[in-house]
Unconditional design. Sequence first.
Length: 338
Amino acid sequence: MGIISKDIGIDLGTSNIRIHMKGKGVVLSEPTVVAINKITGEVLAVGNQAKEMLGRTPENIVALRPLKSGVIADFGATKRLIQALISRVIQKSLFSKPRIVISIPSDITDVEERAVEGVAYATGAKDVYLMESVMAAAIGAGIQVEEPEGAMIIDIGGGTSEMAVLSLGGIVVSHAIRIAGEKFDKDIVEYIKQKCNVIIGETEAEEVKKQIGAATSAMTEDKVNIKGRNLSNGLPETVTITTEDVRLAILDSLNEIMKMIKLTLEQTPPELASDLMTKGIVLSGSGSQIKNLDRFISNETGMPVYLAENPSECVIRGVGMSLDNIEVLKKAIKTKKD
């Protein structure tokens, strides 16, 4: 690896990308957005600066999210995004080529898998390891995955929700559904459109979700005023949205995730299921921070549910821990499909 190692871990999320550098921890966390000049192909902005341009660019500039539902939708844009962000945290002249570990959804296809590897090698990696996000999340959440006991993690990210039962360092049962935080945002946009005849942006919907979103009804309701455009007259309009509005907006999506959680539990061996009743389920991911989501899942499953510490950083913590322990990395990397 040369005189100085710059091994890095990447949580390549649909909504946010996080980079962990060995020996330094998380050195970058920014939105997975890139702004490109359509005429010249020049990258104008990435991360936070690019996100501010969403929906606000002239014709010659496009601000986009190059990942959809946890997988690469635009190879070129993803490559340039990762290159730009890596260059922020690494001075090439001081280091050798890095070993890169990237988290990926558990239901990724071979084609999607090769696209992720291709992007990583295109950024100058020496070696590339792919690590299933749900395993990384479990490690980052502090679950002792090596133990001969059942443990369950539900990781709700931006584009994908994954759930898995783990034992003896491996995944026993897992499922994924491409419904997560960004789908919640779209649900809120559509609900307000139908109820109020007003269209708002997904960025505004995300803020509503974060401020007053809840998975169960509450005794007292929070309210927020949000600006949008009236679809009848085209004029700006402010509408008041309540916690109950958000709950109703995202309920169908939550129920779809719940179906997958129950399917995972149904397929869990009885010996491990008894462990889960005692130890409970751990929630991680940025999409898991909706108020009372742990209560919602607990009510549906009859099992204790706990929100991990700093849930949005569980995956990148797990990826980073794998860099510090090569044996963990070797066991956790994704097994190639035949």
